[in-house]
Design a protein around this ligand. Structure first.
Ligand code: NAG
Ligand code: NAG
Ligand code: NAG
Ligand code: NAG
Ligand code: NAG
Ligand code: NAG
Ligand code: NAG
Ligand code: NAG
Ligand code: NAG
Ligand code: NAG
Ligand code: NAG
Ligand code: NAG
Ligand code: CU
Length: 626
């Protein structure tokens, strides 16, 4: 993020009637300072003595690491390990239901390594030497403890997408919002329960564009007694992780994206500024095919005449992903952790950060079939040389486990699993109906992308373009050293939902997308209802109060309005942002401070390491900005 505060001011001057939230969050800062004063003194005391001396670079690290799922040794030091396909065969709900409620402990070691997911070497950031990182599988009554050790040269933070973090908002893993970043050479212990979340999700770095370079993995939360709608027994479960793939390191791409000449450079004849980086390829479970390299495929050997649940997630940074399995109908039964009425499709487009479960029946002729990941190109604004959008994996049954589908079918079958149309995500209906309560609080924001007075192409929510504040976290503001300065606050749009004097706050969030692009937005801490959406401006159209779809990641189409509703009963500072990494990094984000009084009370039990790491990050200063 290279935008300066002055750019924001110049833009703000060109807008009218945009009241700033300053008064809200200044009051928040004051309230917190009083309530947390005692804790802050303790925390600052503990923080003394930590500093740059603990910085560590991955190449200096000599220790062999024992990790979850695989071990790294000196032989593969510096290379990303290919995960065997068997790592994506999940334990599954039936087996997990037999395990007692427990604490699930994981160790994550974050490192810089060279990988080649599609046969082309590239710099990566990975957990435990693997891409994708380890799959977390837990029951919804478990406690999850993840010790994240940062052996990279920049700070980091790991977000558990879609989980609510009720009572522990400081474990949400969002840089500059819930924590200040885990400094290089430091560890941070995430320790949380699952509350009401059940289903398919994922974890990823929430520090700058780091997850683009590989810091992501699946996170599956099982419910011991879950039975899927109209699905007899499940014989097996698979994790299918889709992603776009860039050959260049994300921070280089980001610098060029934000530069005046943009991705295509000064000599390009078309519009160049603001064109998002176009990926080179894509992956299924970390494996893709590109160029002349010998293709490798993720592959599953399944049992014939059986029923499988495929838990699909899009870990991409920019492109939506279409998934299909040749000659097979897929039945959608879950979206973002919400069971939905069964919906049979030929294929489905999964937006960035969204998840779906589909049922696949191995009821066709014994053989090997392509799983297809078509990297969606509709948002691409220029041609990336060598781009390869069709990415394949193998599902086979009733044949030898080395069989792969006929190469003639690589491009001839468009992935029409059947004659059915693809998923229309707006037609999804929650299987367990809910009627949203009436709203008690409403807020309105606009989304836009604009050129600033300083000729920078940035993203805006109202008149703010979000910037992470080095060594600060808005949730923790008020600890003395962590307050947000007035000038810095210009990049922070914080809407405060006040503590109700009685009952609960129910928030309507009305978002107007003024941009010509679609944006997959994600709200942390909640799973809002989609009350309504339409082209143009909202003009009082009736909202859907009867069992609207609820999910944590939803698309705001170009030039459209959307109304989301959520019961604001989870105190904390919650990020609301576009999930395309380029857009988030150019400012497309805001925050909700939900119930400031209740949040202040909670913060009394926040671990002191949060403030220690803020202090360390302030000491490191600009040396490690992400
Ligand atoms: C965003 O700006 C609009 C005017 O464009 C204003 O009505 C609205 O209240 C602003 N929202 C916030 C949260 O400040
Ligand atoms: C992950 O690895 C750690 C250290 O080896 C081990 O203690 C822990 O039990 C493992 N967790 C799982 C879920 O396998
Ligand atoms: C990893 O290393 C530990 C300790 O050396 C060993 O017990 C374990 O079996 C290894 N795991 C794998 C998957 O090789
Ligand atoms: C987390 O891992 C680091 C690095 O191995 C270790 O030094 C630290 O003690 C661990 N923290 C906890 C709470 O286990
Ligand atoms: C995790 O948090 C719980 C509840 O605060 C606490 O009892 C437990 O000791 C913590 N676990 C670790 C490993 O710190
Ligand atoms: C699978 O089902 C088909 C049709 O019912 C049957 O002909 C075939 O023998 C079955 N195959 C196996 C391996 O059970
Ligand atoms: C799969 O479907 C295609 C037509 O869509 C057909 O040509 C092909 O024979 C089918 N393959 C199998 C193994 O049934
Ligand atoms: C296979 O299962 C699908 C549902 O997944 C069903 O629509 C189709 O009719 C079945 N085909 C056969 C040959 O049984
Ligand atoms: C393939 O079959 C061989 C021999 O039965 C077995 O050892 C191996 O584990 C199988 N591999 C897979 C991926 O199923
Ligand atoms: C795919 O299957 C082949 C044949 O069983 C196996 O050699 C290969 O390792 C598999 N690929 C992966 C990524 O596991
Ligand atoms: C909710 O709002 C609707 C429409 O404004 C109204 O008819 C209904 O009575 C309200 N329900 C409650 C519980 O207040
Ligand atoms: C929240 O805290 C503020 C400041 O301490 C106080 O004035 C207000 O009454 C509190 N609100 C509730 C609902 O307790
Ligand atoms: Cu966006």
């Amino acid at each position: 993020m290279t935008g300066s505060i002055d750019d924001k001011h110049s833009l703000e001057g060109s807008e009218t009637a945009s009241p700033r939230p300053d008064s809200h969050h200044r009051r928040w800062i004051r309230t917190l300072a009083i309530a947390a004063g005692g804790l802050a003194v303790l925390a600052v005391g503990l923080g003394v003595g930590l500093g740059v001396g603990l910085r560590l670079h991955s190449r200096d690290r000599a220790v062999a690491t024992s990790v979850n799922g695989t071990n790294s040794t000196s032989a593969d030091e510096g290379r990303v390990l290919a995960q065997p396909s068997s790592n994506f065969v999940l334990k599954g709900q039936a087996a997990m239901a037999k395990e007692p409620a427990t604490m699930r402990y994981y160790e994550f070691l974050l490192e810089e390594r060279t990988g080649s997911p599609d046969g082309s070497d590239k710099p990566m950031l990975v957990v435990n030497g693997m891409y994708p990182g380890p799959t977390i599988e837990v029951n919804n009554d478990d406690r999850v403890v993840v010790n994240v050790t940062n052996a990279m040269s920049n700070a980091s933070a790991i977000h558990w997408h879609g989980l609510f973090q009720r009572g522990t908002p400081w474990f949400d893993g969002t840089n500059s919002v819930s924590q200040c970043g885990i400094p290089p050479g430091h560890s941070f212990l995430y320790n949380f329960t699952l509350d009401t979340f059940v289903g398919t999700t994922w974890w990823h770095s929430h520090y700058s564009t780091q997850y683009t370079d590989g810091l992501s993995g699946a996170f599956i939360v099982y419910n011991r007694s879950e039975t899927l709608p109209s699905t007899p027994s499940i014989d097996g479960e698979l994790s299918i992780q889709l992603s776009d793939l860039y050959h260049r390191f994300s921070s280089d791409l980001l610098t060029q994206y934000l530069s005046t000449n943009g991705m295509t450079g000064a000599g390009y004849s078309g519009t160049t500024q603001g064109n998002e980086p176009v990926p080179d390829a894509g992956t299924i479970n970390g494996i893709g095919q590109w160029g002349d390299s010998t293709p490798s495929y993720t592959n599953f050997t399944l049992a014939q005449n059986s029923t499988y649940r495929l838990r699909i997630s899009n870990h991409g940074s920019f492109a939506a992903s279409r998934f299909s399995v040749d000659n097979h109908t897929l039945t959608v039964v879950e979206a973002d952790g919400v069971l939905v009425d069964p919906y049979e499709v030929s294929g489905l487009v999964v937006q960035v950060a969204q998840r779906y479960s589909v049922i696949l029946r191995t009821n066709q002729t014994a053989g090997a079939y392509w799983m297809r990941h078509e990297v969606q190109q509709d948002a691409f604004t220029y041609t990336e040389p060598g781009f390869q959008g069709t990415q394949l994996g193998v599902i086979r049954y009733g044949v030898d486990n080395s069989t792969i589908p006929s190469s003639a079918l690589v491009s001839s079958d468009p992935g029409s699993g059947s004659s059915l149309p693809d998923l229309d995500s707006t037609a999804l209906v929650p299987y367990v109906p809910e009627s949203p309560p009436n709203a008690t609080f409403s807020t309105y924001v606009t989304v836009s992308m604009q050129n600033t007075g300083n000729n920078q192409w940035l993203s805006f929510v109202n008149s703010t373009s979000w910037e992470p504040l080095q060594g600060k976290a808005t949730l923790l503001s008020g600890y003395g050293f962590n307050e947000i300065g007035t000038s810095q606050a210009d990049s922070q749009l914080i809407v405060t939902i006040p503590d109700p004097t009685s009952g609960t706050q129910v928030v309507d969030l009305y978002v107007q997308n003024y941009d010509d692009g679609d944006h997959p937005f994600h709200l942390h801490g909640y799973k809002p209802w989609m009350m309504g959406q339409g082209q143009g401006r909202y003009q009082g159209q009736e909202l859907n109060t009867k069992n609207p779809m609820r999910r944590d990641t939803f698309v705001l189409p170009a030039y459209s309005w959307t109304i989301l509703r959520f019961v604001a009963d989870n105190p904390g500072m919650w990020f609301f942002h576009c999930h395309l990494t380029w857009h988030m990094a150019s400012g497309l984000a805001m925050q909700f401070l939900v119930l400031p009084n209740a949040t202040t009370s909670l913060l009394a039990s926040a671990p002191p390491v949060l403030q220690e790491q803020c202090k360390t990050m302030q000491t490191l200063g600009q040396a490690v900005v992400g």
